[in-house]
Write a protein that binds this ligand. Structure first.
Ligand SMILES: C[S@@+](CC[C@H](N)C(=O)[O-])C[C@H]1O[C@@H](n2cnc3c(N)ncnc32)[C@H](O)[C@@H]1O
Length: 278
């Protein structure tokens, strides 16, 4: 299995990119994140597991919901991402968040310990998804809910597909496949349901959640793609200057077809929210 996504996320640069893009990301996925909390039935006093927590955006929100009587364990493979999460928790005055650096497929968790578990846009990157989901299942109390967001298919997510399509058309998709290619691997019909069922979850539900992105212009959309994704570097790293110029021009040309009459560049998007009960 590829190691490229892990290398992408483990760098200090990735954590910095992710931290800087927090505000835009929060706007895009706010509604989906709220739905994930509802699907996990978060309540004050609960102990929550957050898998692939990254810089902890959703862990901090969950910590506010569960309050001082509850707690959140934010786990991720990347120490630099979790270091940002810890700093953000301190800045927000939240003392009910703990972090744990671990590969989700091997993370050691106490049995029947958590009242709920969440994972926001992390499952797609796990080399052994089944092992990770089984660990989550084991760590949950009987009747507890797990809720996870993943991206749906490329055709419903032009923010993702446009970048990949240009690189594909240029015959320059890096090997092993970069993170951005993995972002949609669980988007196909029935895949998330199947993974949750196979790990032992019952009452499995998967629903689509719109995640449109609204940019003031094509240039702003392009700049967001360039600056707010650790994957952008991966896509163009091996390109010559000339190829990079072609990539930028072609991506902007394709983005132009999403410009509305007021000049705004609006890209539709879709996530899948999967949930299940132990
Ligand atoms: C797209 S980010 C999502 C971060 C955060 N949940 C959010 O929504 O902002 C994906 C996260 O998955 C983490 N990740 C990748 N592979 C992992 C693995 N094998 N085990 C645990 N975390 C992993 C990365 O370090 C990164 O923080």
């Amino acid at each position: 299995m590829t190691t490229e996504p892990v290398r992408t996320w483990e760098s200090a640069e990735a954590a910095e990119v992710w931290r800087r893009s927090a505000a835009r990301r929060a706007r895009t996925v706010a509604a989906a994140t709220d739905k994930m909390f509802e699907a996990a039935r978060l309540r004050p006093g609960m102990r929550v597991l957050d898998l692939a927590a990254g810089t902890g955006d959703q862990a901090l929100l969950a910590a506010q919901i569960v309050g001082p009587a509850g707690s959140v364990l934010a786990t991720d493979i990347s120490p630099s991402m979790l270091a940002v999460a810890e700093e953000s928790a301190r800045d927000a005055g939240l003392s009910n968040i703990e972090t744990l650096v671990a590969d989700a497929s091997r993370v050691e968790l106490p049995d029947e310990h958590f009242d709920a578990a969440i994972c926001r846009f992390g499952l797609m990157f796990l080399p052994d998804l089944q092992a990770a989901l089984e660990r989550v299942h084991r760590a949950l109390k009987q009747g507890a809910r797990f809720a996870a967001l993943v991206w749906s298919t490329e055709d419903r997510n032009p923010y993702i597909s446009l970048q990949i399509d240009v690189v594909r058309a240029m015959g320059r998709v890096p090997s092993p496949p970069p993170s951005i290619v993995r972002t949609v691997v669980l988007g196909g019909s029935g895949q998330l349901e199947h993974a949750l069922h196979s790990a032992g979850f019952g009452l499995v539900e998967v629903t689509a959640v719109p995640t449109p992105r609204d940019f003031a212009s094509v240039d702003e959309a392009f700049e967001a793609m360039r600056s707010s994704s650790p994957a952008q570097g991966e896509l163009t790293r091996a390109m010559s200057d000339q190829e990079r110029e072609h990539y930028a021009a072609e991506l902007k040309r394709r983005l132009a077809s999403y410009v509305e009459s007021d000049g705004r560049c609006i890209l539709p998007g879709e996530a899948l929210l999967g949930s299940g009960t132990k």
